[in-house]
Design a protein around this ligand. Structure first.
Ligand code: ADP
Ligand code: FBP
Length: 302
C-alpha cells in the first residue's frame, strides 16, 4: 500500500484562451476548471484510479484545502490530511493559443511541528511505500522530507525540485526529477538523452537506489542496478503537460505494486503520462485500456 505526502498541495486552476496572452488588457477565458492538485495528490488520484491501495496525506488549510479534501473523497481516494492555519495555494495554468503559462503560489507558512503530526498519520497507515511529492511550503526545509524517509520501515520515493533534491540526506528508493530539475540537482549537461542518463546514474550516489528522469517530449530514462532504460514518448496531440511527471511516476509505482519489472514499469509510466497530457488540467483521464497503450511504448537499454 502506498501513502502519498503532499506538503504543499494546490488547487489547480486551468484556464484556456484562443488568443495569445497580452499585457494591459482583459483576457476572457474560453474555458476554466479547478482540480485537486499537488504532486502527491495527483499521484494518489491516479493510483486509486488504477486500483492500487493508496492514502493521500499532507497539509491542508482554508477553503481551497476543503475543496481538495472533498474532491478526493468524491473520487474515492482515501485521505488522512493534517489541518494547518492559512490557506492551501491556488496554482494557475493559462493555456493561450499554443503557449502554456504556469503561475504557482508559494503556499501557507507552516511550523516544523507539523512534520511530527504528519509522520503520525503516515505511520498509522503502515505503508510499504511512501511518495513525497512537490515543493515545500514556507517554514519547512528539506529535512521535512528526510524525516519521512527515515521515519519508518517503508521505501520512500521523492518528486521535488532540483534545489531540494540536492539537499536531501537520507536513503530513497527513487527520485523523479524532470530534465530541468536533473540539471539543477547535478549541474550536468542534460541537453541529450545520453547526458540525462549519465547525470541520473551519477546522482544515484547521493542516496537514490533508482533515478527516474522525465524528459518531456523525449520520454524518460530509468537508471538503477538493473541498468539504464530509455523509453521514447508516444507521438500524441498534447494539450496540457501539467501533471505529466506525476502521471509518469504513478504509472511506474502502479506497475511495481503489481510486481512488474523496471521495463514494464517504465512503459506503464509513459503510457499513463501520455493519457494525462492529452487533456487540460490534472483530473484523472480514462485509464481503462492503459495496458494496450503500454504495449505501444518502445524501451531500449542505453
Ligand atoms: N510533448 C509530449 N509528448 C508526449 N509525451 C509527453 C510530452 N510531454 C510530456 N510527456 C510525457 O509525460 C512524461 C513526463 O513529462 P515531463 O514534462 O518531463 O514531466 P514534469 O511534469 O515532471 O516536467 C514524459 O516522460 C512523457 O512520457
Ligand atoms: O507537472 P508536474 O511536475 O507533474 O506537477 C504538477 C503539479 O505540480 C504543481 O505544479 C505543484 O508543483 P510544486 O509543488 O513543485 O510547486 C501542481 O500545481 C500540479 O498539480
Amino acid at each position: 500500500m502506498i501513502v502519498t505526502v503532499t506538503y504543499n498541495p494546490a488547487v489547480d486552476q486551468t484556464i484556456q484562451f484562443d488568443e495569445q496572452m497580452a499585457p494591459d488588457r482583459v483576457m476572457r477565458a474560453d474555458s476554466a476548471q479547478f482540480d485537486a492538485g499537488g504532486k502527491g495528490i495527483n499521484a494518489a488520484q491516479l493510483l486509486t484510479a488504477m486500483d492500487r491501495p493508496c492514502v493521500a496525506t499532507g497539509l491542508l488549510g482554508g477553503f481551497t484545502g476543503s475543496f481538495i479534501r472533498e474532491t478526493l473523497q468524491d473520487d474515492g481516494v482515501e485521505t488522512a490530511f493534517v489541518d494547518v492555519d492559512g490557506t492551501t495555494r491556488l496554482n494557475t495554468t493559462a493555456i493561450a493559443a499554443a503557449e502554456e503559462y504556469k503561475l504557482n503560489q508559494a503556499g501557507p507558512t507552516v511550523d516544523e511541528s507539523v512534520v511530527d503530526a504528519l509522520l503520525e498519520q503516515v505511520r498509522a497507515q503502515s505503508p510499504d511505500r511512501v511518495l513525497v511529492g512537490g515543493s515545500l511550503p514556507p517554514g519547512l526545509s528539506p529535512d521535512a522530507i528526510d524525516r519521512i524517509a527515515a521515519g519508518g520501515d517503508w521505501e520512500t520515493i521523492v518528486d521535488t525540485g532540483g534545489d531540494v533534491l540536492r539537499e536531501l540526506d537520507a536513503q530513497y528508493a527513487l527520485c523523479k526529477p524532470n530534465r530541468a530539475e536533473l540539471g539543477d540537482a547535478t549541474g550536468a549537461d542534460v541537453s541529450t538523452v545520453e547526458g540525462c542518463a549519465d547525470a541520473a546514474d551519477t546522482f544515484r550516489e547521493r542516496g537514490f537506489d533508482r533515478v527516474l528522469a522525465s524528459l518531456g517530449a523525449d520520454g524518460a530514462v530509468l537508471v538503477g542496478d538493473a541498468g539504464r532504460l530509455y523509453a521514447e514518448a508516444l507521438d500524441i496531440d498534447v494539450v496540457d503537460t501539467v501533471g505529466a511527471g506525476d502521471a509518469l511516476l504513478s504509472g511506474v509505482l502502479s506497475a511495481w505494486e503489481a510486481g512488474a519489472d523496471d521495463e514494464t514499469a517504465l512503459r506503464t509510466g509513459v503510457a499513463v503520462s501520455s493519457q494525462v497530457v492529452q487533456r487540460a488540467g490534472t483530473a484523472v483521464p480514462d485509464l481503462d485500456d492503459i495496458d494496450s497503450v503500454r504495449d505501444g511504448v518502445t524501451v531500449r537499454r542505453l
